[in-house]
Design a binder for this molecule. Sequence first.
Ligand code: SOE
Length: 385
Amino acid sequence: MPEINVALIGHRFMGKAHSNAYRQVRKFFPGNLVPRMKVLCGKACNEELEETARQFGWEESDCEWERVVERKDIDIVDVSTPGYLHHPMVIAAAQAGKHIFCEKPLANTLAEAKAMLKAVEKAGVMHMVNFNYRRVPAVAFAKRLIEEGKIGEVYHYHGAYLQDWIMDPDFPLVWRLEKKYAGSGALGDIGAHATDLAEFLIGEIQTVTGQLTTFIKERPLVAQGSGAWGAKGQGGKGKVTVDDDANFLARFKNGSVGVFESTRFAGGRRNHNTFQVYGSKGSIAFNMERMNELEFFDRTEPSEVQGYKNIIVTQPEHPYVGNWWPPGHIIGYEHTFVHGIHDFLTAIDEDRLPEPNFRHGARNQTVLDTIERSSKSGRWEKVKA
Ligand code: SOE
C-alpha cells in the first residue's frame, strides 16, 4: 500500500490529538494511502518535544517549521499550532506543494483566511480544515436526518458552546487570551465550531447581530513555557485582549432563525457543545458531553405517542461507528480526529477536495468577522459571501 509522509507542526493538545489519529486511522479504517509519521515539529527542540515524538511514534522531531515544510520527502503538512502561525505556515506549505490539514479556526483574521485559500488553490494542493465535530457520528447522523427531510422545514437553530475553564480571575493570561496570538476569544475558538455546525447542518447564515464581552480585563502574566491548559501564572498582570463571551442572533438564507452563545464563563459546563434544530416535522438535539446520543422528536407520529427518543448512535448503519466497536460500545472525543484524517486521506487518494476545506474555513471566518463587526456597530450586519 502506498505511503504518504506526514509532518505535524504542534505537539501539545491538538498535536497529540492529531498524532493519535495518524497512529489509529489505518488500524480501524482501511484505505489505500497509509500515513507515515515522519516528523513532529515544535517551537523548541527540547525534551518535551522529543518525548512526545517518541510516545506517539514519530520518526523524527524538529523545531524549525520553515525547514520542515520545505522537505522533499514530506507530502502532508498538518498545522496544529496557535492561530497566529496558521497563515505563514500554510502559505509556505502551499508554495512547497504540500497537502494541508489545518486546525480551526482557519486563521486569526478574514484577510489571512482569504490569502490562505488563494495560496492552496493556486498551488493545486488538497486542503482541509479540522472542524472535528462534523465527524461526531451523532452529528453526521443529524445531518442525514435533516437531508432526508425528517425535520421538515427548519424554523429554529439553537447553538451553544459553553465552557468554564477561565472563570477564575487568577487564571493566567495564556495565548488564547491575547488577540495577537488567538485572533479572538470564545468567538474564534468555540464560536467557530458553533457557526460551522450550523452552516453544515442547515445552511448559510445571512445576517447576524452580536455582542462580545470581556468579563475579566486583566490577568496574571503566564509563566514561560506554559500551554493553555493547566498554565501557571507569574508576577505582574497583563491585559486580556479577546472576548470571554460571544453571543448573537442569526437569520439563515432559508428563512430559519438562530440563537447562539459561546462562552468560557458558564460554570459547570466543561465542554458543552450543543445544538437543537426545530422543524415542521421534527426536532433534534445534541450535546457533546453525551456525544454518543442524539435526541429525535417525530411530529408526524400520532400525538398520543409523541415524545423525544434518545438514539444511541452506535449502530453499524450510523456514520463512522461501524468501524469501531459492536453496537452500544461508545466512542470518544479523539475518534472524531481519526474520522477527519481518514476522510482527508481518502480524498487525496481519490483526487477530490475533502470537506470542510479552506473554502468552508474562509466562509466561517467571514461569519466570525461579521459578528465582530456587528458587536462594534450595534446593528444587524450582512454576511458578505
Ligand atoms: C479550547 O477551548 C478547545 O480546545 C478548542 O480549541 C477546541 O477546538 C474545542 O473543541 C475544545 O475546546
